[in-house]
Design a protein. Structure first.
Length: 636
């Protein structure tokens, strides 16, 4: 923490302790005081005999090179203060995090600090190591007040002092049983946890939204102006994936402390989730907020995160929006800041983007951002469905006679179809494929198969599409394996389609994905095969069961010699590897006859069968009149 002139009145860890624990209203029951032999703040030095005695007790437990956390024993005794008996308790505050060590060691190298040490007769700079003693927190408990409160609460207070002399050693035991006071402490702790992020100690999303609502109310009532920022770390995933979750957690703590040090006491910094932070600048016009955003941008750019002999550089993308009397609401403001942040990231990362309602690009993004809510609503109200389209067996020797591909369908509230390509594009843009859409598709497909709505046996298989994002998502793989195991279906009747681009672009991850699900018995099809330039080189290393030829080669196969040659070459490779081929986009009898003549095993397209819903659409009723019926667009 730094004030406006760059001074450090209190070490950061003291502020954390005081802010998280002591700032909660204790009704005057307890008194808190952070102290340290090394403190730079006014009035925080060791001031009396108890503090000097207690500090010596803690210092005696310190170690020069601790290999791990020290099991500190707190110091305490009962004294008379201002005519009242008080239990004084001193608890160690060690350098629990590496960030604490870095902060304190940096302070020790300041000229002002070294001058202070010299005036105290200390030569050289103090050097701290992790887990060593930095300071302590003294808690004073007025015994008479505790007894009075306990009586009022009809609780009991029991003080038992037992003295035992053994070989010159006096042991004293003080037992305090206080139901009401303990309940109050627990209540305060729960209240704090409900409003703060456990990892960083920052305000959490719900409390941040409450403060944003208060700022918006003030803007509408008094005409004040504030600013809202969304921050997204650009390299967090690299650190988390490379060094593990412990490193990722420590990085978030250090970045939180870094950002907090650049803000005023009146501002609010929150962790919104993952590597996303929110900032509410109170009484701050937009131009001034832009300067603060630049300051945060530069601070993150200059920051270096050391971990296991590696040093990482970071960036941050910032979305900024004004909070004024014309702002619509908290959800609207949060959405605008999120959109601006996403635009900053997509424009090249590590930059600031200010949201303006007149910005057509941001307006389009705002419309796109509503897809998450639209998709969730469609799932909840029965407007998301699966259609089935059959690939016809063209050759008599094929054991699988019916290949049934399931296709995603989504409908508006008036029953009109929403183009599937738009749903998929939004799902990929906002990472909804592995987290929502593909999970829903796989789970629903298994339900249809188990319920007998789709025939599934050795001659009839059911195929579902899985996006490239899901193929590379470990949590989706775990979900898919669990779903197949628990579904009660025969995995040998389920085929999973992944595109050639997804398989080759994430070859290592795709290989793991295929191997784990094939171990359960699932089949695999490589979709849109032939669209890549290096397809054949990878094909022999991918254990797939079907090749689906890219429809771009099929639609003109009766007139284009090059397309016909490409299809023939792909089919020859598939036959050499023992992999059946499926021609997509078969729109006419002529195309079907041509691919059959070439030896292609299956034909799929509108010329064979139009997609049909597995079960009729069961939508929640709508109050407004339905729009006129529209023909379903081609969404294969």
């Amino acid at each position: 923490y730094q004030d406006e002139r760059g001074n450090v009145p209190l070490p950061a860890q003291f502020l954390k302790l005081v802010g998280q624990r002591a700032s909660a209203d204790s009704g005057g029951l307890y008194r808190y005081q952070p102290i340290s032999k090394w403190n730079l703040g006014e009035g925080q030095q060791l001031r009396d005999d108890f503090q000097r005695w207690g500090w010596a007790q803690l210092e005696a437990q310190d170690r020069p090179n601790p290999s791990g956390p020290i099991e500190w024993k707190s110091a305490w005794r009962v004294e008379q203060l201002a005519g009242e008996r008080v239990l004084r308790f001193l608890r160690a505050d060690p350098a629990a995090q590496q960030s604490c060590v870095q902060c304190h060691n940096q302070l020790e190298h300041r000229a002002s600090t070294q001058a202070m040490r010299a005036s105290e007769g200390i030569t050289g700079s103090k050097v701290w190591r992790q887990h060593q003693l930095l300071g302590a927190l003294e808690v004073q408990v007025p015994i008479a007040s505790v007894e009075k409160l306990a009586a009022e609460q009809r609780s009991t207070v029991l003080f038992a002092v037992v003295g035992l002399t053994l070989a010159g050693l006096l042991c004293m035991s003080l037992l305090v049983r206080l139901g009401a006071a303990r309940a109050r402490v627990l209540t305060d702790d729960l209240a704090w946890r409900a409003a703060h992020d456990d990892l960083t100690g920052l305000v959490n999303r719900p409390r941040f939204q409450l403060r944003l609502q208060a700022a918006l109310d003030a803007a509408k009532t008094h005409g004040s102006r504030h600013a809202l920022m969304f921050l997204d770390l650009d390299q967090f995933k690299v650190v988390n994936d490379t060094c593990g979750h412990r490193a990722g957690d420590e990085l978030l703590r250090q970045v939180a402390a870094l950002l907090q040090g650049k803000l005023r006491a009146a501002d609010t910094l929150a962790r919104l989730g993952g590597d996303e932070f929110g900032v509410l600048l109170a009484d701050c016009p937009l131009d001034r907020a832009g300067e603060v955003a630049d300051k945060l941008l530069n601070a993150v750019a200059e920051y270096r995160f050391p971990w296991n002999e590696r040093v990482f550089e970071l960036g941050v993308s910032i979305g900024l929006v004004e909070v004024c009397a014309n702002s619509q609401g908290v959800a609207d403001l949060m959405s605008a800041a999120d959109i601006a942040c996403f635009a900053a990231k997509e424009a090249g990362r590590h930059r600031v983007r200010v949201f303006q309602s007149s910005d057509s690009e941001l307006a389009r993004r705002r419309e796109d951002l509503g897809w998450s809510e639209r998709i969730a609503a469609a799932m909840a109200s029965g407007r998301m469905a699966l259609a089935v389209q059959t690939a016809q067996a063209l050759q008599d020797h094929l054991p699988v006679r019916c290949y049934q591909e399931l296709l995603l369908r989504m409908y508006a509230e008036d029953g009109s179809p929403i183009p599937t390509q738009n749903v998929i594009a939004a799902g990929e843009r906002y990472n909804l494929m592995p987290t929502r859409i593909d999970r829903w598709v796989l789970q629903t497909a298994c339900e249809h198969m188990r319920a007998g709505r789709l025939r599934a046996d050795h001659a009839h298989i059911v195929a579902v599409n899985v996006s490239g994002a899901s193929v590379g998502d470990e949590s989706f793989l775990r979900f898919a394996c669990d779903t197949v195991r628990q579904s009660g279906i025969d995995p040998r009747t389920l085929c999973i389609e992944i595109t050639e681009t997804a398989a080759i672009g994430n070859f290592a991850q795709a290989s793991v994905f295929i191997a784990e699900l094939k171990a359960l018995g699932c089949l695999f099809a490589l979709d849109d095969f032939g669209s890549g330039l290096s397809s054949f080189g990878y094909l022999k290393n991918l254990p797939v069961d079907f090749l689906k030829l890219d429809g771009a080669f099929i639609r003109d196969i009766t007139t284009d010699k090059v397309d016909r040659a490409m299809v023939g070459a792909i089919h020859d490779v598939g036959r050499a590897l023992g992999i059946p081929t499926i021609a997509e986009w078969v729109e006419s009898d002529e195309i079907r006859d041509e691919v059959r003549r070439m030896g292609i095993d299956y034909a799929q397209g509108y010329g064979i069968e139009r997609p049909r819903l597995v079960v009729p659409l069961q939508m929640a009723p709508v109050t407004r009149p339905p729009a006129s019926a529209k023909a379903e667009p081609a969404m294969v």
